[in-house]
Design a protein around this ligand. Structure first.
Ligand SMILES: Cc1cc2nc3c(=O)[nH]c(=O)nc-3n(C[C@H](O)[C@H](O)[C@H](O)COP(=O)(O)O)c2cc1C
Length: 327
């Protein structure tokens, strides 16, 4: 028997697979289906502040520069069907319907709503809260440092007002990812999710207009989070959750070996259905048996930079013939 159970943000999970925040976790039925499929925890679809009505004036003056790509996608494609009260009801019902941890997810714009919704989410019974923060760095005058401080301020303000564990989900677009993750950890994040994958627009060259981009990741995209988890594991004082490009059991095993506490799955579940959760768990179990491992803790971070006797290899960014066979 292998033991797949693990801890994430101080919560006990039966296994390290989490359904990432997406439309597969936006109704009670879908939450139950994910739990029945055997996943270890669920991050609910984000509640976006844009889901409450805002004055047109506010949109023009305040929101547009920061319009969240996923929110844009969400509002355009699905309408504003899931308002705050429905969201809180979802948290409450999900908690009583399934036994695995339920992590709510929040994306706001104004400080007031980050705090207000976070408190309401706690009252609704969520086990943890993921802050889905993305500030589009489009302001020609705004420095990276100023933007990073906004991330820290959001975390600190929410943290000061709630007492459930908080994860911060970030994208990869920072000058110094290591420092940002360390600061988030220092300022109270129980976990950092590396990385969100933002909606990418496309251009229709026949109609000469913006076209919808492809929603889903490919397994090749996993390299980015794999690198940063391997580099940061054991060096920051919070859990690391891997997200983007994890499509199969091998992907999960690699992320655990790099040092991830858990792996978040999204695209593979859209592409292969929720049965993929069972397939992945089986693949991980068989690999562990084959290699003589009895628990997830035994393999976690075995191949992180901190555990390596050749740490310099993790920092290679050029093609080196001896490593990759091409130069
Ligand atoms: C249709 C769709 C909706 C998503 N909605 C959200 C969301 O509401 N909040 C969030 O934090 N991430 C959202 N994401 C991002 C996913 O949670 C995940 O981080 C990303 O898709 C990368 O993982 P993957 O490679 O397994 O797809 C969404 C992704 C997709 C494809």
């Amino acid at each position: 028997m292998v033991d797949l159970s693990t801890k994430y943000m101080g919560l006990n999970l039966p296994n390290p697979l989490i359904v990432a925040s997406c439309s597969l976790t936006k109704t009670l039925d879908s939450v139950r289906t994910c739990a029945d499929a055997g996943v270890g925890a669920i991050v609910l679809k984000s509640l976006f502040e844009e889901q409450i009505e805002v004055e047109v004036k506010d949109i023009e003056e305040y929101l547009l520069p920061y319009w969240h790509p996923e929110a844009f996608d969400y509002v355009r494609e699905m309408g504003m069907e899931l308002g705050p009260s429905e969201y809180l009801k979802l948290v409450e019902e999900a908690k009583t319907s399934v036994s695995i941890p339920i992590i709510a997810s929040l994306n706001c714009i104004t400080p007031k709503w980050w705090i207000e919704y976070a408190k309401q989410i706690v009252d609704a019974g969520a086990d943890g809260l993921e802050l889905n923060i993305f500030i589009m760095p489009v302001d020609l005058q705004k420095t990276g440092n100023k933007i990073e401080n906004t991330y820290y301020k959001i975390l600190e303000e929410v943290k000061a007002n709630i007492d459930i564990p908080i994860a911060v989900k970030i994208g990869p677009y920072f000058t110094s990812i290591a420092q940002v993750v360390n600061e988030l950890s220092r300022r109270g994040a129980s976990a950092v999710v590396l990385f969100n994958r933002f909606y990418q627009p496309n251009i229709d060259i026949e109609k000469l207009e913006l076209a919808p981009g492809y929603h889903f990741s490919s397994p090749e995209e996993m390299g980015l989070s794999l690198r940063w988890i391997a580099l940061l594991s054991g060096r920051v004082n919070c859990d690391l959750a891997a997200s983007t490009g994890i499509h199969d059991g091998a992907g999960v095993i690699k992320q655990l070996l790099a040092g991830a506490s858990v792996t978040q799955l999204c695209s593979t579940l859209y592409l292969n259905g929720l049965k993929q959760i069972g397939n992945i768990l089986k693949e991980v179990e068989e690999w562990m048996k084959k290699h003589g491992y009895k628990s997830v803790d035994e393999i976690r971070a075995k191949l992180s930079q901190s555990e390596s006797d050749r740490p310099e290899l993790y920092e290679r960014i050029q093609y080196i013939k001896s490593l990759v066979g091409v130069e």
